[in-house]
Design a protein around this ligand. Structure first.
Ligand SMILES: [Zn+2]
Length: 161
């Protein structure tokens, strides 16, 4: 086979079950073929799977959560509809270089877009969430290359178990 998929842990099994299945299954698949974990997931799920030997992922979370005004950050999700953001002039994540954060779109403006049902809100938060996971996986690639996993756990507390 050109690659191998692992499925069945992305429909409500929970973190402990995912960890158990992935740590058991991934090492038994050929090391020279891509291993793909279907429909996963949150940052800590991805980190556990990569450390077990998984190479690829796909997931709706970044865009589905963005459509519901939930922005991913290194310390957890931010619910932009919350009233607390009504006067928050900071961007979602100052360390992020996405179109929303790098473009200077504030949390209060993003909240306004969602409250007004403006399509630009879900678009900007989707761009942010996708970039969030790209940046997370870039750090994971660096950690693999340098065998330096402390970088990931320091910069991405949300991925800690
Ligand atoms: Zn961003």
């Amino acid at each position: 086979m050109p690659g191998y998929a692992i499925g069945g842990v992305a429909v409500g099994e929970g973190f402990e079950q995912l960890k158990k299945v992935v740590r058991h299954t991934a090492p038994q698949l050929p090391a020279d073929k891509p291993r793909y974990l279907m429909g996963v997931g949150y940052e800590r799920d991805i980190l556990v799977a990569v450390q077990a030997g998984v190479d690829m992922f796909d997931c709706v979370l970044p865009t589905r959560n963005a459509r519901n005004a939930n922005a991913f950050t290194p310390t957890g999700q931010m619910r932009l509809r919350n009233a607390g953001f009504a006067r928050d002039g900071s961007v979602i994540d100052p360390a992020c270089d996405c179109a929303a954060c790098g473009g200077g779109f504030s949390r209060s403006y993003l909240r306004h877009l969602f409250m007004a049902k403006e399509m630009l809100g879900p678009i900007l938060v989707s761009l942010h969430n996708l970039r969030h996971f790209q940046r997370f996986l870039l750090d994971i690639r660096r950690a693999i290359a340098d065998n330096g996993w402390s970088l990931v756990t320091e910069r991405w507390p949300v991925a800690s178990e």
